[in-house]
Each structure stands twice: as structure tokens, then as C-alpha cells.
Ligand binder design. Structure first.
Ligand SMILES: [Zn+2]
Length: 188
């Protein structure tokens, strides 16, 4: 994994705003009312999973597509930001993106092992998915994978970096009692 480059957060004391400090915030980022580019929020993992439960209660299995698609957009958006901020591309950028998913960055999961071939097929294994962990603690072991947003996020990162549309299917999930969550990546 490449050496991690960090992007600091900026906070506006006395306001609600927390933002990423970007070198080129004006190029394509919103300039928020509080003067912070690319506003961020800190959201409880439980709040996210409650949103997912709510969507599942209303939409059933279709809810997975909603979270997967929103993950794709989040992944692609993150890659565009990093393209502009860090002078790295390709596999090195993928290493960086996956490297910031743990406690050193966005806290989504702990990357375990991954391999993405030149044709963008491969696999990604992770542990401590925030979705699987909360989901299982509330509803017990599931009979299906639940980390749709993370699968979409990974697909969006790969699509954004390599310009290849991929599917990213979760084939193992900690919420199902598996040792880790595993995503199989295939060009779509
Ligand atoms: Zn999972």
C-alpha cells in the first residue's frame, strides 16, 4: 500500500460547518455558506443503518439497489476529489482510496486483502464493516449480505479510477457470520 497522504479537515468555530481542506475547492466544489468547501458531516453508524432498515421496510429487496447506487456516486465523487488533490493515478490511487477507509480516514471498514487485475476483475476483502457490525448487533445473523453501500462505493472508486464500469457483488458478509466481507469485482 502506498504511503498515505492525508487531507485535513477544516472546522468553522461557531458554525455547523466541517469541510475537507482542498487545494482547488473552487474548481468544482460548492463554496458553502460557511465558507467551507466540500462540507462533511459525522454520522453515527447506527443512524445510517436505521436509514437502511427504513428503506428495506418500505422497498424490500429493492432497497439494496438504492444503497448500492448511492455508494457508486459517493465512490466516484471521492475519486474525482482525490484526482484533483493528489498527483496519483491508477493502482496507486486505488491503494490510497482503500487505505483511507479505516480509522485513519473515513472509518467505513478495515481493508484486509484485495486484488484488482488489469481488466478490473478481482476481489476485495474487508473486516469491521460499519454496516455489517451494527446490522448484526440489532437484527442478529442475516441470510444475505447487507453492505450494499460499501459495495457501491468500491465499484464507484474502481469506475472512477480506471474508467471501466464494474459490478461489485458482496459474496461473503460478516453480518451472515462470515469471517470477513468479500466483494467480487467484474467488468459489467
Ligand atoms: Zn458485509
Amino acid at each position: 500500500m502506498s504511503e498515505k497522504k492525508s487531507i485535513p479537515l477544516e472546522r468553522k468555530p461557531g458554525e455547523a460547518y466541517i469541510g475537507l481542506v482542498l487545494n482547488e475547492p473552487s474548481r468544482r466544489r460548492h463554496k458553502w455558506k460557511g465558507g467551507v468547501a466540500n462540507r462533511m458531516i459525522i454520522l453515527g453508524a447506527g443512524t445510517f443503518v436505521k436509514l437502511q432498515h427504513g428503506a428495506e421496510d418500505i422497498l424490500g429487496d429493492e432497497a439494496s439497489a438504492v444503497f448500492y447506487e448511492s455508494g457508486i456516486e459517493a465512490g466516484k465523487d471521492a475519486v474525482v476529489t482525490m484526482f484533483e488533490e493528489l498527483d496519483i493515478r491508477g493502482q496507486e490511487l486505488l491503494d490510497w482510496m482503500i487505505g483511507i477507509t479505516d480509522s485513519s480516514g473515513i472509518g467505513f471498514f478495515k481493508p484486509l486483502e484485495y486484488r484488482i487485475e488489469e481488466d478490473c476483475s478481482g476481489y476485495i476483502r474487508i473486516k469491521q464493516s460499519f454496516i455489517a457490525e451494527v446490522y448484526q448487533s440489532w437484527r442478529g445473523k442475516t441470510d444475505h449480505p447487507v453492505c450494499h453501500f460499501i459495495g457501491g462505493f468500491l465499484a464507484g472508486c474502481i469506475e472512477g479510477i480506471f474508467n471501466v464500469i464494474v459490478s461489485c457483488e458482496e459474496t461473503k458478509c460478516e453480518a451472515m457470520g462470515d469471517e470477513y466481507c468479500e466483494f467480487r469485482v467484474e467488468p459489467a
